[in-house]
Design a protein around this ligand. Sequence first.
Ligand SMILES: Nc1ncnc2c1ncn2[C@@H]1O[C@H](COP(=O)(O)OP(=O)(O)OP(=O)(O)O)[C@@H](O)[C@H]1O
Length: 239
Amino acid sequence: MSMLSIENLVANHGLLNAVKGVSFSVEKGDVLSIVGSNGAGKTTLFRAISGVHPIVSGSVLLDGDAIDNVSANRRVEKGLVMVPEGRRLFSDMTVKENLMVAAEHGRKGDWVLDKVVDALPGLKSIVNKRAGGLSGGQRQSVAIGRALMSNPTILLIDEVSLGLSPIAIGELYESLDHLKQKLDVTFIIVEQDLNRAITFSDHTICMLEGSIELEGKSSTLDKKDIYAAYFGVEEGADA
Ligand SMILES: Nc1ncnc2c1ncn2[C@@H]1O[C@H](COP(=O)(O)OP(=O)(O)OP(=O)(O)O)[C@@H](O)[C@H]1O
């Protein structure tokens, strides 16, 4: 049985059909990257899986059980945790306070403040700083740290590297690689940087206009095919 199965999921924004019957499964310990151009439906899909965006039809199954009627908070308690696009930190609170909020509301487990602070780049030196004054890389570290405080079994990270400097991206992926090896966590990431997405993941899905255009093992997918799927180029056309 797959750890997470998405079956024919449909989600709208008003009259706009943003996710058009998407299906895929993720096995325990697997890393899945979702790529696709702006507006492909990646964020809406993530939000629907997390329970913060309503689904029109289809189903989300966690360990074989449909969780469609389970609230977003309960999904976090079950281990399904999302790092949203834009990080969404409490700007007036310190890093530590941001992390402790998640500890109160998430699953209990090994991931406590000291361990989280040690696991992510640069957190130690900013733990008492206000989140509002942090750089993009620092904010992303705190956002991922906050998710870890909920002791996730499945961690969805939307737009891992968007808006970050190359140095911050390098440091962040170094930590994520480390976490991937050490942690019993299944990762699903949305990543604009195709090379990072492919290198970090076991499987890749490319979305186009709300549907899955291409999917496969990251190590065997041809980058040319991914680019074609990304931009919706017809087979045989010049990419
Ligand atoms: N709040 C909203 N209200 C109306 N339409 C929306 C809203 N959010 C997204 N959309 C539309 O839904 C579609 C899918 O958007 P979504 O943000 O899920 O795509 P995405 O692949 O995550 O793109 P991006 O990389 O730009 O975030 C797009 O056509 C987008 O314009």
